[in-house]
Ligand binder design. Sequence first.
Ligand code: SF4
Length: 61
Amino acid sequence: MSQKLVIDQDSCIGCELCVNICPNVFKMVDGKSHVVDQNGDTSENIEQAIKSCPVQSIRWE
Ligand code: SF4
């Protein structure tokens, strides 16, 4: 079963860390990060972005 990369819009503080790590996966829209292409980077880099988020807003579900 395929997983979907999601960002919790309520907790995202718009720090842009995930966008800096994976610019092809995440984009800032109105001060919050959004997933634009969950296949836009290596799984290692996406895991790095997930771990780097200071408020744990990024997850696979
Ligand atoms: S790293 Fe987390 S808090 Fe920062 S912009 Fe990305 S999702 Fe939002």
